[in-house]
Design a protein around this ligand. Sequence first.
Ligand code: COD
Ligand code: ATP
Length: 201
Amino acid sequence: MIIGLTGSIASGKSTVSQMLKELGYPIVDADLVARQVVEPGSETLEKIKGAFGEDVILPNGSLDRKKVGDLIFTDPASRKRLNDIIHPAIRNEMLRQRADYMAEGQKVVIMDIPLLFESKLQHFVDKILVVSVTEENQLKRLMERNELVEGEALARISSQLPMSVKEEGADAVIYNNGTIEETKWQLNRILEEWDAGISEQ
Ligand SMILES: CC(C)(COP(=O)(O)OP(=O)(O)OC[C@H]1O[C@@H](n2cnc3c(N)ncnc32)[C@H](O)[C@@H]1O)[C@@H](O)C(=O)NCCC(=O)NCCS
Ligand SMILES: Nc1ncnc2c1ncn2[C@@H]1O[C@H](COP(=O)(O)OP(=O)(O)OP(=O)(O)O)[C@@H](O)[C@H]1O
């Protein structure tokens, strides 16, 4: 079974993904893959340099994530340009990692994909688990974690589909507004319900 883990920015996907990792599940992490495919020397980084100029490359040759983030979260045309370059590379690498885990004989694989709905990747997975938060908690946690002012955080939030749309498309929802323990409890109930316990693997 392939479980797609998604949600909105700062809703708690990495927090839940970490819990799943501790339980022993294999994880394909789209944010991590997005870093791997732009490593210095990669074809994707060269394409980004071609599209956005030398300005987005740090002196050590790596992508200036802060600069690119500031650009794409405020300008939809730049976001589309970056997505068109980087998403095919991310998709290929995610599918490669998924195939490797399945070849190993893993019965359950987690695919942590923040933009699962935005990129219409529902067909990559068998079940969709959405980590949801209230707008108030999302804004507060995003501002704190990324040290952003309210306007910057709101720009990032509005670059994604609304939380309610993701909840509607979910097979199960974790409401990550309480304690970490409460979130873990919800996760365990869902894994039981889906018969996806690690012991069954
Ligand atoms: C713009 C970049 C360089 C900013 O890097 P930074 O280290 O600040 O953020 P990080 O990669 O950790 O992403 C944080 C979160 O931002 C959101 N996000 C990232 N990219 C996008 C995007 N293109 N559209 C909407 N939301 C996005 C996701 O919720 C993600 O979990 C980076 O996010 C990136 O390369 N984005 C394009 C690839 C992508 O779409 N990644 C999302 C997973 S497929
Ligand atoms: N239940 C919780 N209570 C308090 N803080 C939390 C809770 N869950 C997550 N957080 C904090 O909120 C922030 C966002 O969580 P996390 O990084 O897991 O979100 P994410 O969905 O993976 O974000 P992104 O889309 O940006 O990668 C983090 O600083 C995390 O420590």
